[in-house]
Design a protein around this ligand. Structure first.
Ligand code: FES
Length: 156
């Protein structure tokens, strides 16, 4: 996975803003580059960018929250996606999601404090024959029951 810059080191964000400052329509490329480097656009990062660009931070916040490609919170190293598509749902994928929430002590859409796991619900992953399905980064797990979850998580 892409190398991420320490979220507290704002010098990289400031440099990106300075590099693009004079380019017309620079906000999108600046946010994209910054997200690529840090893995997120935290409030502190947005503030640093806004300072360099000499614009109100609300302007960046509006864009960062509008597009789903941007995340205000740093994602985990392992992204868990549990399919809630129809085929998986009828095979009780909600129980799988509930079990993950319980074991990770985490709500859907959030990341563990150590940034190891991010838990998400997804649409059909295209392998309905394996329902219920979840993915952890590129690994696919199918035919799941809640009892499988602890052993799977232990691998990461
Ligand atoms: S509905 Fe889950 S993989 Fe298609």
């Amino acid at each position: 996975m892409a190398q991420t810059v320490d979220i507290k080191d704002l010098s990289v964000a400031r440099q990106i803003a300075r590099d693009y400052k004079d380019v017309p329509g620079c906000i999108m490329p600046i946010l994209q580059k910054t997200q690529e480097k840090y893995g997120c656009l935290s409030f502190e990062i947005q503030q640093a960018l806004a300072d360099e660009l000499d614009i109100p931070v609300s302007e960046l916040y509006g864009v960062a929250t509008f597009y789903s490609q941007f995340s205000l919170e740093r994602k985990g190293d392992y992204k868990i996606g549990v399919c809630l598509g129809t085929a998986c749902y009828v095979k009780k994928s909600q129980d799988i999601l509930d079990e993950l929430q319980k074991q990770l002590n985490l709500e859907v859409g959030h990341t563990t404090p150590d940034h190891k796991f991010t838990l998400e619900a997804t649409r059909c992953l295209g392998c309905c024959g394996l329902a219920p399905v979840m993915m952890i980064n590129d690994d696919v797990y199918g035919g799941l029951v809640p009892e499988d979850i602890a052993a799977i998580l232990a691998k990461y």
